[in-house]
Design a protein around this ligand. Structure first.
Ligand code: GLA
Ligand code: ZN
Length: 668
């Protein structure tokens, strides 16, 4: 199985199927691609109505030509399966392929991503078109990868899906309704179920308050997409076992557990659309870095692909500002630095009509190659060729941030404490950011990933613990690990039942040496004071009221009725340390806390480069990438001699990195 490439993929979504009546445009595409140093095209993402214009009538001639033309010009093909959108004839003839909303009403034909993942008819149709694509192009030398469907998402509430959900529940609860009733605490509000048929998907006009049901539904939705995907890839695996498979994920779409789904693909890929509109650049760059590291971590540090990004603007925000010139290349460099083996765009050429006709593309409606965007993309292509040797290089974090998809869902469901501010993802980024700013490589992992390889594990707002997690945290710390937990830690179990016997749950009370007795929630704009290491910080949104049963107190609350009680603690347990940060901080504490953690526990940075705030660096293979997301040009002090990859000069000592710019260095 080939899972990698020996160069950086530079390409993107290419839709010649929309231009079949404009052959001169398709001809010009190849010339332009070569000029922009494009080496890959992702073809066929939404091509079903052209591939199968009538039921059972297939037209591959146009795609044959596209394949051949690209191949002759040295451009690889990533071939998509078209299941993300279906032809109108299919929806007309087989309405069951369309999705049913929570309201119970079936959608009409339209938009995309509008299919029922359970429908046997749709599954069969998808398998058939995928089989034909694999038969026809499986041995074409241009084919390098499969792009399955597009951004799987959403859910369907049709009767087929309801029945599948009930089967899923029967399996989870061993066909035992009593077990389900107990696990869901169905004695509450007289919700005991006496027949599996009484259960259906959570919905606003039905059962919307049983959090365990909602969590099960979330898990089922993930499994239904995975099972749909497995149905799709069956003929592809059979016919093209050597061609790697990916499907493009979205930034942090927690309705599908990507940490689970990723185990089913050969290469992880994701679509990256940061909103660089001149505000909060550093924050957005941190969020993007976090996402890259999360997708990289899903395959244990193996390279991933940045399957989509915009070469200029998007069209789907309320106001679509053009990112400052240079942003596209910096975005590309950041992706490579964090482990991507590709820089791919949505889209190669702007469509002439349809919903996305005003979305940015490498080639505008003008068709010209002397535009700013085209020039910038070409320059990126040139740089990526010089970075060829980084392809395939893996990187592993020294520390891990636990950002768990199932916990994210559990956190979004419960009712209590602060019902307004949950911000699970923001919390995780908040604790990731200090490491990113310090040049410490961080992985972003699920709670069931292995902790033992990390110098420290930080688990913000880890409210729900899956089976076995408690024991794994205990072992990790006992054997010398450093674990950081924050407020509302280990409150519920895998079925979202509250843990009995005091918090943190079970053995974790000993590991952390604290008892969390109450949790206070603060309205927006009202803060408490919390200290750490002799400095005062703002506590916002949620504060656990804790007491130490053995942990050393590193800071106390300075206001509220719990003034004088611990706000930050550390406990020695076995050979390790367990920290408890009892409150939500606004980001300032996280920075100081993590800096101290790096020092105290000797956590290694990627390099000894000294850079001002806003300039970050990341090592990958033999390369070190210095990126300036700050406000102005920055002076950076290098720790050794490097080669500047762009101009191949040798650099040492003090260098300047332009605002919105970067330097790619190679170790000599
Ligand atoms: C997504 C989709 C693309 C396109 C872009 C536009 O990522 O996968 O088909 O719609 O958004 O930004
Ligand atoms: Zn359905």
């Amino acid at each position: 199985m080939k899972t990698g490439v020996d160069h950086i993929i530079h390409g993107g979504d290419y839709n010649p199927d929309q231009w079949l009546k404009y052959p001169e445009i398709i001809d010009d595409d190849v010339r332009l691609m070569k000029k922009a140093r494009i080496n890959s095209a992702t073809v066929g993402i939404f091509s079903w109505s052209v591939l199968e214009p009538e039921e059972g009538v297939y037209e591959f001639g146009w795609l044959d030509e596209v394949f051949d033309k690209l191949y002759e010009n040295g451009i690889d093909v990533i071939l998509a399966t078209p299941s993300g959108a279906r032809p109108a004839w299919m929806a007309q003839k087989y309405p069951e392929v369309l999705r049913v909303e929570e309201s119970g009403i079936r959608n009409e034909f339209g938009v995309r991503h509008n299919h029922c993942p359970t429908s046997p008819v749709y599954r069969e149709k998808v398998r058939e078109i995928d089989r034909r694509l694999a038969e026809r192009y499986g041995s074409h030398p241009a084919l390098k990868m499969w792009h399955i469907s597009n951004e799987y998402s959403g859910e369907c509430h049709c009767e087929l899906c309801q029945a599948a959900f009930r089967e899923w529940l029967k399996e989870r609860y061993h066909n035992d309704l009593e077990e389900l009733n107990d696990s869901w605490w169905n004695g509450f509000w007289s919700h005991r179920i006496t027949d599996w048929e009484q259960i259906s998907s959570p919905k606003y006009r039905g059962e919307d308050h049983v959090t365990a049901l909602k969590l099960c539904w979330d898990r089922f939705v993930t499994d239904s997409h995975i099972s749909f995907y497995e149905n799709e890839i069956a003929p592809i695996r059979e016919l093209t076992p050597g061609i790697p498979i990916t499907t493009n994920f979205m930034r942090f779409y927690d309705r599908i557990d990507y940490q689970k789904f990723s185990k089913k693909v050969d290469v992880v890929s994701w679509d990256n659309y940061p909103c660089y509109d001149g505000t909060d650049t550093l924050k957005k760059a941190a969020e993007t870095a976090f996402s890259h590291d999360m997708f990289r971590s899903m395959k244990g540090g193996k390279p991933f692909l940045m399957m989509e990004s915009t070469p200029s603007v998007v069209n789907h925000r309320p106001v679509n500002r053009i990112p400052a010139p240079g942003t596209q290349t910096l975005t590309a460099v950041q992706a490579i630095a964090h482990g991507s083996d590709s820089v791919q765009y949505f889209q190669w050429r702007k469509s002439r009509g349809g919903h996305e006709k005003l979305h940015g593309a490498v080639v505008d409606h003008s068709g010209r190659d002397d535009t700013r965007v085209f020039r910038e993309v070409s320059a990126t292509g040139e740089l990526l060729e010089k970075l060829k040797d980084v392809a395939g290089a893996r990187s592993r974090g020294r520390v891990a941030i636990v950002c768990d998809f199932e916990n994210s869902r559990a956190v979004s469901h419960f009712c209590g404490y602060n019902n307004v501010r949950r911000d699970y993802l923001d919390e995780c980024v908040k604790w990731y950011r200090p490491f990113w700013l310090s040049g410490v490589c961080a992985d972003v992992i699920a709670m069931d990933d292995d902790f033992t390889q990390y110098d420290a594990v930080i688990a913000p707002f880890l409210y729900m613990l899956k089976n076995g997690t408690e024991e794994r945290i205990e072992q990790y710390v006992r054997n010398g690990g450093v674990f950081v937990a924050t407020y509302l830690f280990a409150v519920t179990d895998e079925d979202d039942l509250c843990r009995l016997g005091g918090l943190p749950a079970g053995k974790l009370k000993d590991v952390f040496g604290v008892i969390a007795e109450e949790t206070d929630a603060l309205p927006e704009g009202i803060n408490e004071i919390a200290a750490f290491d002799g400095k005062e910080y703002k506590a916002e949104h949620v504060c656990d009221v804790i007491r130490s049963t053995g942990a050393a107190v590193l800071g106390e609350y300075g206001s509220g009725f719990y003034a004088g009680q611990p706000s930050v603690t550390v406990n020695s347990y076995g050979k390790g340390k367990a920290y408890y940060v009892a409150f939500r901080n606004d980001g300032e504490l996280a920075v100081d806390f993590c800096r101290r953690l790096i020092k105290t526990h000797g956590i290694k940075k990627d390099a000894g480069i000294a850079a001002p705030d806003g300039v970050v660096f990341r090592k990958r293979g033999d390369f070190v990438f210095v990126m300036n997301f700050g406000d102005g040009d920055a002076a950076v002090t290098l720790d050794r001699e490097y080669q500047n990859v762009s101009d191949r000069t040798t650099v040492r000592g003090d260098i300047s990195v332009k605002a919105n710019g970067f330097v790619c260095l190679k170790t000599l």
